[in-house]
Each structure stands twice: as C-alpha cells, then as structure tokens.
Write a protein that binds this ligand. Structure first.
Ligand code: HEM
Length: 414
C-alpha cells in the first residue's frame, strides 16, 4: 500500500471535494475514489503475490480472495452508476468515467477474472453495459484507451490514476505522456506549414520547432529506456493493456501510438502516404481509439499535401536561399523522426518486449501485445513502420528513400 500523505488508513484520497470531483455526482465520486485508492491497493497486492512465485506469469488460482473483492466492490459501485443513468456531465467527465470502468475491466482481464478467448460475452455484465453507454455518448470505443492513461489522466494533488503503486508504472506513464506531448508539439508546428507554403519566411521557424520537439521525444524515450526495469514493465505494467471484451465484442488493448500526432508527423513530412493501403489500414484501425478531437486532427491531416513533395515540386528554385535553408531544416526534422522510430523499435520494443518474450513458453505468449496478433506478425509490421519513418533503402516496400536522397543532393548542389 502507498504510504504517503495522500492516503489515510482506508486508502481514500483526502482532498477537498472541489479539487477532486467538481461537477460530478456522489456515485461518480465514490467510484473515482475507489479506483484511485482501494482498487490500486488490490492490484498491487495481487502483483506482489505473482512476483513472489517462481513462475511469475502464473495468475490463475493466486489471490482468489483479493480478486473476488476486486470484482464485487467494483460491481456494486457500477450498479449504482447504472441506476443513476447518464447524468451528462460533459465530455471530460463522461470520458473520465469511461476510463474508470475501463480500468476496472482491464484489471479483471489482467488477473484472468475474464479472458476473451475463454468467453463469448464478458461476464462483467454491468460494467459492459455502463462502458457501452459511455462509449456511445463520447464517440470512442467502450474501453479504456491511451488518452485515459495520459492526456486525460487527471491528477489530484500530483497523483494521477494508475493500476498499481509500483514505481515502474509511473515511470512508464510519465515518460509516455511527456513524449506524446512533445510529438504533439511537432505535429502542431508541421500542420501550420501547409497554409503558408514551404517558402514562407516563418516556415523555417516551424521546421526548427518540429525538429526540437522530436529531439525532445528522443531524449525522453532514451531516458525511459534507462530508467524502466524490463522485468517490472513486462510482468507488472504491460499486462494491464491487454485486449478485453465489452459485451460480446473484443477490443484491442491500449497502445502508446493512439494519438493523431504520430501519424500527422508521418504524413505531413511525406514519409508515409495515405495512398499506401497498409499504412492507411493502420490509421483507420486507430480512429475509434482516439478522442473525437484527435479523430478530427487525424482526418484533417489526410487532406493536406506533404512537405517532401512540396520541396521536390519546386526543384527549379533549389538555388534560392530560402530553399536551401528550409529544405535543410526539413531534412533535419526527417532525421529526428527517423532516430525516434529506430530507438522505439530497436530499443523500446526490442529490449522491453522481444527480449523478455524469448524466455516464455508459446502458451504464455498469448495476449502479450496490445493489438493481439502473434508477436512475430506485430514485429514485422512495426519494422515496416520504422523503415517508412526512416526512409530506409528497402526494395520490398515503397519508402521515400530515393526522394529524400534527391532532396539532399539538391541542397548539397546549391
Ligand atoms: C517501454 C516503452 C515502450 C514499449 C515497450 C513500446 C512497445 C510498443 C509496441 C509493442 C507497439 C505495438 C502495439 C501493440 O502492442 O500491439 C507499440 C506501438 C507504438 N508505440 Fe510504443 N512502446 C513504448 C513506448 C512508446 C513511447 C514512449 C512512444 C512515443 C510517445 C511510443 C510510440 C508508439 C507508436 C507511435 C506506436 C504505434 C505504431 C503506429 O501505429 O504508429 N511507444 N509500441
């Protein structure tokens, strides 16, 4: 149990109401307080039991009393919310409540209280009903998504929602959130170039801003890899992000990539193309895992021409000072994006997923990834993304390698 000043003996948050639950009903508040206190205690105690075993992937039959308490206490609070009906507290509050139901359902999945391959309908009937109602009202999938853990994870006196009190979960989330925000800064800068054009004097500033933001992403992700413990992440953090059923439908897990910014940067730079069916399929699949505002941003991006094409189309102006300065700055943005993509695949995925998976038996690999496909299939598709983002020289897929080289030569020749 967490012992700092935020908790009293019963793990309830002790904060003035106005700070914690402005504009919500007492039942919403009660569920939120449970999710932020007792729920975290129960998960942490269960994690301690799993970690104490020789084979820590064994979950079934361990801590059954704690699991029963988790299911029943959560269910009682959810039944009260269902009876209350939709009190329409606005997007932020409804989305937060969906996150709380999602945390409960994801924890039940992690502790194998539910298991989508074992069931055709989620046994969490009341939670499913509430999640479906909320999902339909906010316009997202009815499960918890990355925004619930990151950009919509409201902190109360410096503490945001987590599944456990274990330090590595907050290390992972702190860095993921800051890294996603830095990606958003890069996307915000790039999206402003299009209406002004690549030759506009202010475009240089925007490209420098985008490059700096991506350099921040890289620095954060490198630090994350240094601070995060591989075993803790693999066994105690990632299992909460698995797919689970809501009603009869199975929804894939939370994925750090579920923000528009990553794809905005890909497409605006011109390194990934909306005309590439493989890439567009990745984007299409993602839509409902984003908040509606993020969905709008992503849709918008697909309407713009890209910067690489814009520079190449003006190749006859390559000796102009603006072209040399702006194209050089653009190539630096691409280099930073490539460095982030390589570090993500080679270090974050390589060290934190691929390497620890190798010591597991085939049966234990089930559900190891957020999206659900077998690990080697997922790794191939992530490798392809890395190579598109870094404009790698590949002959089996179409990357912008030759065009980036052409732009480099134009800059070098001037
Ligand atoms: C220990 C840290 C991390 C690990 C092990 C990791 C691993 C993964 C894995 C395995 C996937 C595939 C999705 C799936 O599981 O089905 C993925 C997707 C993704 N991750 Fe990470 N990730 C980490 C941190 C981050 C961070 C900090 C960022 C940037 C903010 C990030 C950005 C992405 C993106 C953009 C995708 C989706 C690919 C796409 O659709 O573009 N990841 N990650």
């Amino acid at each position: 149990m967490r012992t700092d000043s935020h908790l009293d003996g019963s793990s309830e948050l002790r904060l003035p109401e106005r700070q914690t639950h402005a504009r919500t009903t007492p039942r919403v508040q009660a569920f939120d307080a449970w999710i932020r206190g007792r729920f975290v205690d129960l998960n942490t105690e269960l994690e301690d039991l799993y970690a104490a075993q020789e084979h820590r992937t064994r979950v079934e039959g361990v801590g059954d009393a704690l699991k029963a308490a988790l299911v029943e206490e959560g269910r009682e609070l959810i039944v009260a919310l269902l009876e209350e009906g939709n009190t329409d507290e606005g997007f932020d509050r409804n989305f937060e409540l969906l996150g709380n139901v999602g945390y409960y359902m994801a924890a039940c999945r992690r502790h194998e209280i539910t298991e989508p391959s074992r069931e055709r309908v989620s046994p969490l009937t009341e939670a499913s009903a509430l999640a479906l109602h909320l999902g339909a009202s906010v316009g997202t999938v009815p499960r918890f998504v990355s925004s619930h853990m990151e950009t919509y994870n409201r902190a109360v006196d410096g503490v945001y929602r987590t599944f456990t009190w274990r330090e590595d979960e907050t290390i992972f989330l702190d860095y993921n959130t800051r890294s996603a925000l830095a990606y958003m800064r890069a996307a915000d800068a790039l999206v402003r170039v299009h209406p002004m054009g690549v030759s506009h004097p202010a475009t240089h500033d925007l490209l420098v801003d985008a490059r700096r933001a991506l350099d921040d992403v890289l620095a954060l992700n490198v630090e994350l890899a240094e601070r995060l413990d591989v075993t803790e992440f693999f066994h105690c953090v990632r299992p909460y992000y698995k797919p689970y059923r809501v009603g009869s439908q199975e929804y894939r897990g939370a994925n750090a990539g579920d923000f528009a910014a990553f794809n905005q940067v890909d497409v605006l730079l011109g390194l990934c193309s909306p005309a590439d069916p493989g890439y567009s399929a990745i984007v299409m699949e993602k839509f409902l895992y984003l908040t509606p505002k993020e969905q709008d941003r992503l849709r918008d991006t697909f309407r713009y021409p890209n910067l690489l094409d814009s520079f190449l189309e003006q190749h006859d102006l390559a000796d102009r000072p603006w072209f040399i300065a702006h194209a050089s700055a653009f190539l630096e943005v691409c280099a930073s994006h490539a460095a982030v993509a390589r570090q993500h695949h080679d270090v974050l995925v390589g060290d934190f997923i691929t390497a620890p998976s190798q010591s597991l038996a085939e049966s234990e690999l089930h559900g190891i990834t957020a999206s659900g496909p077998p690990l080697e299939v997922l790794l191939r598709s992530l490798e392809k993304l890395r190579d598109l983002r870094s404009a790698a020289d590949r002959d089996d897929i179409s990357t912008r390698h030759a065009d980036i080289e052409r732009l480099r030569r134009l800059v070098a020749a001037s």
